[in-house]
Design a protein around this ligand. Structure first.
Ligand SMILES: Nc1nc(=O)c2c([nH]1)NC[C@@H]1CN(c3ccc(C(=O)N[C@@H](CCC(=O)O)C(=O)O)cc3)C=[N+]21
Length: 307
């Protein structure tokens, strides 16, 4: 699955890794269906942002492609807090829905935190519910297995599936957003992975000094080309997660830029492109979280919890 760009960096191909994950998932979906359970994934879209519509459509198509049920819920941009919360309650109660996401960002008049907290933690496909993040901090994995943050999980899977061993590696994360920066250190420092993490942010002094010492850079700041070739140790693995959209002054399609300057390919040992890297992994791990939720439900049905 690995290919080497003309520049020398091994390309961490997210589309290929995602296809491999989906092939494995479709077998797990078939096994669940044989037990009478069709894993169902739902999306909640509030408003009609074209980028959000595109993402939601992508998730729907790929879920159906591996045999899952896909439930698409949409509310108008002026939906009230009560209307969104009623939809959350409906999905929490729906036995056909094993996991779901509320597509972010929500319109500004809505209380996002209150909505996300209302999601049943067992159905949290993003893996970012406070209860699930809390369990991850506490490392409470048994007997309660919890959904894990899907983009951080995608980053780690992308490395592991390219035979990159993270054990003992120094990972420098750029950006402290919850989706990646704040949550990925929790996964990277689990004993099974055993990496060492530096979390950098806008208050960090001399970012380039930190970057130069990194074996692995996870760039999730949402700042165009914040990682430059002169900041990267030769041979390092660089994962480009951030996305910046710039409108074309000539009225064409908006241009999309990652956090990593493309010239980094001349120095890095491994590079995940953007697009084609972490994005497809996020969707694959979102579906994984939902299939796993359905598998847990199937196991509980066979051996009901005693306490
Ligand atoms: N509750 C919630 N969960 C999310 O996971 C979530 C969200 N809200 N809001 C928006 C962001 C964005 N996001 C992406 C998923 C896949 C690609 C992806 O597959 N991108 C392709 C390109 C797709 C294209 O633009 O054609 C790629 O990188 O190769 C990108 C972005 C999930 N998000």
């Amino acid at each position: 699955m690995t290919s080497t760009a003309s520049t020398g960096a091994v390309v961490l191909d997210g589309r290929a890794a995602s296809a491999a994950i989906k092939a494995e998932l479709s077998e797990r979906v078939a096994a669940l269906k044989a037990k009478g359970i069709t894993p169902g994934i739902a999306t909640v879209l509030v408003g009609a942002d074209p980028a959000s519509q595109l993402y939601v459509g992508m998730k729907h198509k790929q879920s159906v492609g591996i045999g899952m049920n896909s439930i698409q819920k949409a509310l108008p941009a002026d939906a009230t807090q009560e209307e969104v919360e009623a939809l959350i309650d409906e999905l929490n109660a729906d036995p056909a829905c094993h996991g779901y996401i509320v597509q972010l960002p929500l319109p500004k008049h809505l209380n996002t935190d209150a909505i996300l907290e209302r999601i049943d933690p067992a159905k949290d496909a993003d893996g970012l519910h406070p209860t699930n993040l809390g369990r991850l901090v506490l490392n409470v994995n048994h007997p309660i297995e919890t959904p894990l943050p899907c983009t951080p999980r995608g980053v780690i899977e992308l490395l592991l599936r390219n035979d990159y061993d993270l054990k003992g590696k120094h990972v420098v994360v750029v950006g402290r957003g919850v989706t990646i920066g704040r949550s990925i250190p929790l996964l990277l420092t689990r004993r099974a992975i055993n990496a060492t993490v530096t979390l950098t942010h806008t208050g960090t002094q001399d970012l380039s000094e930190h970057l130069r010492r990194a074996d692995v850079i996870v760039a999730a700041a949402g700042v165009k080309h914040i990682v430059k070739p002169e900041n990267v140790k030769p041979g390092a693995a660089v994962l480009d997660v951030g996305v910046t959209r710039e409108d074309d002054p000539e009225g064409g399609k908006p241009k999309v830029f990652g956090d990593v300057d493309p010239r980094v390919a001349e120095v890095a040992g491994y590079l995940s492109p953007n697009p084609g890297g972490v994005g497809p992994m996020t969707v694959a791990l979102l579906m994984t979280n939902v299939v796993e939720a359905a598998e847990r439900q199937a196991a509980e049905r066979q051996a009901p919890a005693t306490s």
